[in-house]
Design a protein around this ligand. Structure first.
Ligand SMILES: [Zn+2]
Length: 292
């Protein structure tokens, strides 16, 4: 869910809006929209085509084809986009069409996480994950480096807890959003992947807060740099490309390269530029260019 990070409550889709008929069905996505939103429907397919493969590779998990509804009206409550876990559809309210790319990428991250083993991350951290990838893939794109200040211990544990419940208070939610982003950034893609892999192995539905606390590197009061994602290209001894991943520099250098590879190169993700509204964060700073 985007703008106010309340997550995954059923019944938040616009109950007054009739669901629009199918406008577009392609190999990438099924988008339902009214005729007046035909351009936004086509843009949605392009966004899925461009970003979902990157999200899948960042999560190391393949997804189904997403079903997206562009509604003729606003969602109930403060959210402008939502992924409904029940029928596994993404719904975007009319007010989000002006920032369709960032909203849809955010919901595609929820879709990618909640339909794969990443669903075991607690709800508060699902928001942190969606905001991190939305920021990184749409606004920062490895070209800007952002960091976020450490939250209080109580707030850190609250957003990492399986019992996390969203608040309707905007001020509380903005601090929680920054806290969840700090936890996600501090854990980084490698540790996050280890946590969800362990939950899957041990048959645990939701990663316990104790695992998250134990996995966080110390000190716990330090600003966290948001991991910049890049393409990791693995070559054999003859210079042939063996595998291409999406990851961070730390995952490139800390994890062993795939068998048969002798060389890795990194390059910035090839994503379109974005000149839409920038997200505002409590405790976040941005500098340019990103440190490599
Ligand atoms: Zn969300």
């Amino acid at each position: 869910m985007r703008t106010i990070p309340v997550l995954l409550l059923s019944g938040l889709a616009c109950s007054a809006c009739a669901l629009p008929p199918i406008a577009i069905e392609t190999d990438e996505a099924i988008v339902h929209a009214s005729p007046q939103h035909a351009d936004a429907a086509r843009e949605s397919v392009e966004i899925v085509r461009c970003y979902l493969p990157v999200i899948e590779r960042a999560l190391g998990a393949g997804c189904e084809r997403p079903v997206i509804y562009l509604l003729d009206g606003e969602l109930e409550g403060p959210a402008i986009g939502v992924f409904l876990d029940g029928d596994r559809t993404i719904r975007i309210g009319t007010e989000a069409l002006s920032e369709l790319r960032s909203t849809l990428v955010h919901e595609l991250v929820h879709f990618g996480a909640l339909t794969t083993r990443w669903k075991s991350l607690p709800n508060g951290l699902q928001e942190g994950l969606a905001y991190w990838l939305e920021l990184e893939l749409v606004e920062l794109r490895g070209k800007l480096q952002a960091s976020i200040e450490a939250p209080a211990a109580e707030l850190r544990r609250e957003v990492s807890s399986p019992t996390f419940a969203p608040s309707v208070d905007d001020g509380i939610e903005s601090h929680r959003r920054s806290a969840a982003l700090w936890v996600i950034a501090r854990l980084g893609p490698g540790r996050l992947d280890e946590l969800v892999a362990r939950a899957e192995l041990e048959g645990v539905a939701t990663v316990p807060v104790e695992w998250i606390e134990a996995a966080l590197p110390v000190p716990l009061d330090e600003r966290a740099e948001l991991p910049s994602l890049m393409e990791l290209l693995y070559y054999d001894a003859h210079g042939a490309l063996v595998r291409a991943d999406v990851g961070s520099l730390s995952s490139a250098w800390k994890t062993p390269p795939p068998p048969g590879t002798v060389r890795v190169e990194v390059r910035a993700l090839d994503l379109p530029t974005y000149d839409g509204p920038q997200a505002m964060w409590v405790g976040m700073s941005v500098r340019m260019p990103a440190v490599r």
